[in-house]
Design a protein around this ligand. Structure first.
Ligand SMILES: Nc1ncnc2c1ncn2[C@@H]1O[C@H](COP(=O)(O)OP(=O)(O)O)[C@@H](O)[C@H]1O
Ligand SMILES: [Mg+2]
Length: 587
């Protein structure tokens, strides 16, 4: 029963929270903490997350640069290796021709028979040799050993002839040649001092020898490598750009010796890394278009891994957050339950304490009442005796005021004992149907003068839908008056008091008397319902108002609750049942 009542009062105060501005202050404060929490959470999140993102981005780009560099160096190393091989091969061919020219007498070289023998021997060592030819200073063929002889052929206009004549040695571009056998020419000049003239020994070599060096770069099937002459003419077969002599769309390369490495968007292969290096002593440039497939694969993998790590971080963070929230709410619930339990214990202890104080006061008042009645009676008797014996008039003048003083004190004592007895519900209770709003209006009527003098604003906020209840009009008046008087004492001049009434979901009604006065400190709050407890100056307060009101409301089956914030104000909430169930537990 007591527990039920506690629950009811608690529910009541939760609902009240929505109505009372004092509760609203608390709610605003809670909201502020909540938004502060959210802001701190996001700031900390940003402070932790942004550097992480920056570090990841920087690492990613560094790694990208390092990998591209590594990839390019690898390509460069492979191409330089192939170029060096080709240069070595060409110089070997030239040396070999030089040796032929100087080791054999001119006469045997111009003799077709012996030239053929020399050619046969050479061809055994070097099968890609197509033919050997001796050319005189005017470019005329003197002798020829090989498969396609056309006697009297003149080479004077050929580029290789001019170059060999001037520089002593020449390597030509690739020719289609007779019968479409792709080849190139290596030629050396032999000086004849007796005649102050020269002749040239020329060898045609199969283009296959070049293909071999290009293949050495070791490319995958998505890459392409070839030799070009000039700026863009193919000299070997290209996987994606066509056959020999076709032209390749290329960026203009520096014609100086050296290595070029660049990113290039090719029409056929798309984005590639282009490597190019000049083959010295020849008209060729070795070119490779390499798809950065491995690189792309590494980066896709890397991106996927980074994404996975971030997802894991996010999931872990969410997990930790949810864990924290759950723990937090469980702990909060435990704390709330414990708090509610403590409050319930305190509340019931407080009620028990008030009840026993009430019993004590009643007992004392009751015990004192009888001797008081005797004193009063005896004092009255003395007065009567004085009147009966007027001859004692001399004494009468001196004693009568003393007897009157005794009677006055006895009356004062009786008022107090009566009030105490009222607290103990020894008063008569007369139950009748009541409209509580009317009772409130009557009480306010009593106070009007004082309110006006002190310029206190009293607002009535009465809900006309409250139910009619069965209760004691006089006692309720007394309660409202006590509480309203306290509110008037608490506010400074010009203060504000609001009296509201509202139905209490079918079980009765509620009256809230709220002021914006000084409020009650916690340590005072514990004692306000005790009889004779007052913080007011001597003569101003008796300390009986609230104890009496508490007893009355309890007796009428209701509850009385207080919410107070220092410097903000106080609200007394009186809950009354539809019909006063007289609580006889307090006698
Ligand atoms: N509205 C209020 N604002 C501030 N203090 C209050 C209020 N109502 C009651 N009190 C405190 O409770 C004490 C007890 O009140 P009460 O029992 O009516 O005795 P009294 O009014 O004679 O002091 C008061 O002395 C005062 O300290
Ligand atoms: Mg009072």
């Amino acid at each position: 029963m007591a527990e039920e009542q506690t629950k009811e009062t608690r529910l009541g105060s939760v609902k009240d929270m929505l109505r009372s501005p004092l509760r609203t202050i608390e709610a605003v404060r809670q909201d502020r903490y909540k938004s502060l929490k959210v802001r701190i959470f996001f700031t900390v999140g940003t402070l932790a997350g942004v550097p992480l993102l920056i570090v990841t981005a920087v690492c990613f780009f560094w790694l990208h640069a390092v990998l591209v560099d590594d990839f390019s160096s690898h390509l460069r190393w492979q191409m330089e290796h192939a170029r060096a091989g080709l240069e070595y091969f060409l110089s070997d061919r030239i040396s070999s021709l030089r040796y032929l020219a100087s080791a054999h007498p001119y006469a045997s070289l111009v003799n077709p028979q012996s030239l053929r023998e020399i050619f046969q021997k050479r061809k055994q060592e070097f099968p890609e040799l197509i033919d050997l030819e001796v050319v005189n200073a005017d470019g005329l063929q003197i002798s020829y050993a090989g498969p396609y002889s056309e006697k009297g052929k003149n080479h004077a206009q050929q580029d290789w002839f001019v170059r060999a004549k001037v520089h002593g040695v020449a390597v030509s571009q690739v020719f289609p040649g007779d019968r479409d056998l792709l080849h190139y020419v290596v030629a050396v000049r032999q000086y004849v001092p007796e005649r102050d003239s020269f002749w040239i020994l020329k060898a045609s070599i199969d283009v296959e020898t070049l293909n071999r060096f290009v293949a050495e770069i070791g490319l995958t099937e998505r890459d392409d490598a070839f030799l070009i002459a000039g700026t863009d003419m193919l000299q070997t077969h290209s996987r994606f750009h066509g056959a020999v002599f076709q032209r390749v769309a290329m960026p203009s390369l520096s014609q100086q010796r050296g290595f070029t490495l660049m990113k290039y968007k090719d029409e056929v292969s798309g984005n590639v890394i282009l490597g190019a290096t000049r083959v010295s002593g020849s008209p060729w440039t070795l070119v490779a278009f390499m798809k950065p497939t491995t690189l792309e694969r590494i980066f896709t993998m890397l991106k996927r891994e980074i994404l996975a790590v971030y997802l894991i971080i996010v999931f872990v963070a969410i997990g930790v957050w949810m864990n924290y929230r759950t723990t937090h709410s469980i702990v909060n619930r435990i704390r709330d339950t414990e708090k509610a339990r403590e409050e319930a214990i305190t509340h019931s202890e407080h009620s028990a304490k008030l009840a026993s104080i009430g019993r004590l006061a009643t007992g004392v008042a009751h015990e004192i009442n009888n001797p008081l009645a005797i004193i009063n009676e005896k004092a009255g008797l003395i007065k009567d005796l004085f009147e009966m014996y007027p001859e004692s008039s001399g004494c009468q003048r001196e004693f009568l005021p003393l007897v009157n003083a005794i009677s006055e004190s006895v009356n004062r004592c009786r008022t107090i004992t009566h009030r105490l007895l009222g607290f103990a519900r020894r008063m008569d209770i007369s139950i009748e149907p009541i409209n509580v709003n009317d009772v409130v209006r009557e009480v306010v009527g009593f106070l009007e003068r004082e309110l006006a003098v002190r310029n206190i604003r009293l607002e009535l906020n009465l809900d006309e839908n409250i139910p009619q209840i069965e209760s004691d009009r006089g006692l309720l008046q007394q309660v409202f008056l006590n509480i309203a008087n306290n509110a008037i004492d608490a506010v400074s001049d010009g203060g504000e008091i609001v009296v509201s009434s509202m139905p209490e979901n079918g079980s009765g009604l509620k009256v809230v008397i709220r002021d914006n006065g000084a409020g009650i400190p916690k340590e005072v709050l514990k004692h306000i319902f005790e009889p004779f407890f007052t913080t007011k100056q001597k003569g101003k307060g008796t300390g009986l108002g609230l104890s009496l009101s508490y007893g009355i409301i309890k007796r009428l089956g209701g509850t009385i609750e207080v919410d107070s914030f220092v410097d903000k104000g106080t609200a007394f909430t009186i809950t009354l049942p539809l019909a006063a169930e007289l609580d006889r537990s307090v006698q």
